[in-house]
Design a protein around this ligand. Structure first.
Ligand code: C2E
Ligand code: CA
Ligand code: CA
Length: 722
């Protein structure tokens, strides 16, 4: 019947958590990747630096060797001794591990350590650079000559004596410098300023040269689909650079990442389980809250709040599909009386029975609630008026037959008031309209349901008509007091009576009080009218006393509104005293529901009235909110059993026992018992048997115009002789 708070929110929460965690993993991955890349770069750079340093050392050492050989040549007496020179060079070459050595005189004559060597690699620029810088290091100028040439000038007595030079195979450096500073695949090579490769162990990746920044540093480089880290370190000679290169190991963060993902998944699982617990606890809690906020405990149906909060959605769906719909109030009549008579347990069973039937009858797209004790609200589709009426009739008739078991079956009267929603008015106004329709039902005419739209217009018209005329009618004497005798079973005479007002309208004739008293109760005019009826009654009785004719106490009805008025008792006393009428001839009839509403006020009023010698009757006992407790707490002089009470006695033997028991109890409290609405001889017999004191009803006399009543009282005869 109801839905727990949206599961969507929870899913959203979980989704957000997953997104956040995934995002964190991605960010962590990026960070890790970055950190590792920096590390890779740092590694390759330091490898490059080491290699560069070693290469610089190597060249430095070779230049030093040349320098010391050159110095020893300076000291030799016969440099021109070419044979000796060549022998010397050959020895030095061997000792110092050069591939070749040579000496060139300023006149261009050149001598080598090996007789087969040719001077095709030493350019004029190399020689002048050597004199200028005091050394020269270069690649061999000869085509396809994979050698490095180092040159050192030699002086004799301060004059240029020639240049000493040595050649070394590039492979020598490659082997000498070969290292694996970074375990794995470090490659390296030396590039010239113009980007050509001078030497290198593996220069296949020389293409990276174009992508690497020329200064000191490392970078990432991609080459024919492969990814490398490459570092560039400047060398001391000729703007050469040492380039170290290593393929990107790729997916390096995998391990760390796997650990991170594993951790995240573990965290998600732990959090998930925790969340699940929290959600379960929350749902239990919110279910309980929901039940207390939206469920009517007796029937388990949604309550008024539930109905109100789902109303707009249901109504909108009807509107969208262009289906007319009706707000329907279903009421179990006299439910309080059912509770009093059969007990709360039985009352609850009846409510559950009604709830079950309503649940069965209400369709998916409609709405139902248990609004208050005996009231249900429904929002029903009403595409066709005739079909709808039949549906309502069926629902009401199903509810009205209640059988607890084979022995106990009850006929409950159930009514429905409908507002066919045709205006966009606030919810509470719709409820008012359905209730108004409910209240307009003429149960006495066998009506069980009514629509607001019909009843309302009629009622509004009537009310405004009544209100526009009431003051003039009172001044004009259009309100007439009728009197109905009360018959005493013991003395078999009229021992009491009740004053009942009627409205004698020129056009409409005699209007019964049911038509206008409720209106006057709403607008307060009943306060004036009751006092008018009291005064008319007092006048009549006072006159009869004066005329020496028989009088009996007369009951006058007083609306509950008087109880709020502090001057009420004084006003009553003032009227009665004005005609010098003994107080005990006036009995105030007050409807019992009033006593229920405000027990304390009622007790005060009763005490004050008693103190002044008036008697007070509790009217309509058994009609609505009857409770024997009220009688226990408030000392009424008389209890008037409602017509309904008698009708119920006719339903079963069991009911009759309950009624006689109730009467017996009331009598024990010292109250006089009057039964209203006695219409048949059988009822008279039953009432006599159970010990009722007085009877008021059509079987003896209807309420009569005062003159007719006086005549009846004078004659002391009744229509029915028992
Ligand atoms: P009530 O005080 O319960 O009055 C008894 C009603 O029962 C009267 O209806 C009377 O005509 C009706 N009655 C009497 N015997 C029988 C019977 O055998 N069978 C049936 N079916 N009905 C019977 P009435 O005069 O139409 O008054 C209706 C209600 O209007 C009264 O109920 C009372 O609540 C109210 N009322 C009447 N006059 C006044 C008044 O002056 N002031 C106030 N405040 N209310 C009044
Ligand atoms: Ca009455
Ligand atoms: Ca009554």
């Amino acid at each position: 019947m109801y839905k727990t708070p949206a599961f969507r929110n929870i899913l959203l929460l979980i989704f957000t958590a997953v997104v956040l965690v995934s995002l964190s993993i991605v960010l962590y991955w990026k960070h890790l990747d970055n950190v590792l890349e920096q590390r890779e770069k740092a590694d390759i750079f330091s490898a490059g630096q080491t290699l560069a340093k070693e290469f610089n050392y190597q060249i430095d050492a070779e230049l030093q060797v040349l320098a010391s050989v050159g110095e020893s040549l300076e000291g030799l007496p016969r440099v021109e001794d070419t044979k000796g020179l060549m022998l010397y060079l050959a020895r030095q070459k061997q000792r110092n591990n050069f591939e070749m050595m040579g000496f060139q005189f300023p006149d261009g004559k050149t001598y080598f350590s090996d007789s087969s060597a040719q001077n095709d690699f030493l350019s004029a620029e190399a020689i002048s650079a050597a004199y200028r810088d005091n050394y020269y290091v270069s690649r061999s100028a000869a085509h396809d000559d994979k050698r490095i040439i180092i040159v050192k000038p030699v002086y004799r007595n301060g004059n240029k004596a020639g240049v000493l030079f040595a050649a070394q195979l590039t492979a020598f450096y490659e082997t000498a410098l070969y290292r694996e500073p970074v375990p794995g695949y470090t490659q390296w090579f030396i590039a010239g300023a113009d980007g050509d490769i001078i030497l290198g162990r593996n220069n296949a990746a020389a293409g990276c040269l174009k992508q690497i920044p020329p200064d000191n540093g490392a970078a990432r480089c991609s080459l024919s689909g492969r990814d490398y880290f490459i570092s560039s370190v400047p060398l001391e000679y000729n703007n050469w650079r040492l380039l170290a290169l290593q393929p990107n190991p790729g997916h390096r963060p995998q391990k760390q990442l796997t650990a991170a993902v594993f951790m995240c998944v573990a965290i998600i699982i732990v959090l998930g389980v925790l969340l699940l617990f929290i959600i379960l606890a929350y749902r239990q809690h919110s279910d309980a809250l929901y039940r207390s906020a939206f469920i009517y405990h007796v029937t388990g149906l949604g309550n008024h709040n539930y109905f109100e909060s789902n109303f707009a959605r249901t109504a909108d769906a009807f509107r969208k599909n262009k289906i007319p719909f009706a707000l329907t109030a279903v009421n179990i009549n006299r439910f309080k009386a059912i509770n009093d008579i059969y007990g709360f347990e039985q009352g609850d069973k009846i409510l559950k029975h009604a709830a079950r039937i309503l649940k069965e009858e209400v369709k998916e797209n409609e709405l139902l609630c248990h609004s208050s004790a005996d009231r249900f609200l429904l929002l029903l589709a009403c595409p066709d008026r005739a079909e709808f009426n039949a549906r309502i009739e069926k629902i009401l008739s199903r509810i009205s037959h209640f059988c607890q078991d084979e022995k106990l079956c009850l006929e409950i009267t159930v009514n429905a008031g409908m507002y066919l929603v045709d205006e966009d008015v606030p919810f509470y106004i719709m409820i008012d309209r359905a209730n108004m329709a409910l209240n307009s039902i003429r149960r006495d005419a066998g009506q069980t349901f009514a629509f607001y739209n019909d009843a309302y217009r009629e009622q509004i018209k009537l009310i405004s008509e009544i209100e526009s005329k009431m003051n003039a009618a009172l001044a004009d004497g259009q309100f007439k007091v009728f009197i109905q005798p009360k018959y005493d079973f013991k003395t078999r005479r009229i021992e009491s009576a009740e004053a009942l007002v009627r409205w004698q309208d020129a056009k409409k004739g005699l209007i019964p009080p049911d038509k206008f008293i409720p209106v006057f109760e709403k607008n307060g005019f009943v306060l004036k009218l009751d006092m008018f009826v009291l005064e008319e009654t007092v006048k009549l009785l006072a006159r009869r006393i004066k005329e020496g004719r028989r009088v009996v106490p007369v009951g006058v009805n007083f609306s509950r509104l008087h109880l709020e008025d502090a001057r009420f008792i004084d006003a009553v006393t003032e009227i009665v005293d004005r005609y010098n009428l003994p107080h005990n001839l006036i009995e105030l009839e007050i409807t019992e529901s009033i006593a229920f509403d405000s027990g304390k006020t009622m007790r005060g009023v009763l005490d004050a009235l008693h103190a002044r010698g008036f008697t007070v009757a509790m009217d309509d006992f058994g009609a609505g909110y009857s409770s024997l407790n009220i009688l226990k707490d408030l000392n009424f002089d008389c209890v008037k059993l409602d017509k309904e009470f008698l009708t119920r006695g006719e339903t079963s033997e069991r009911m009759r026992h309950i009624i006689s028991g109730t009467v017996e109890m009331i009598k024990k409290l010292g109250c006089v018992i009057v039964t209203e609405g006695v219409e048949t001889k059988e009822q008279v017999e039953f009432l006599t048997a159970i010990g009722c004191d007085l009877a008021q009803g059509y079987v003896f006399s209807r309420p009569l115009p005062s003159a007719d009543f006086e005549h009846l009282l004078d004659e002391d005869v009744l229509k029915t002789k028992l």
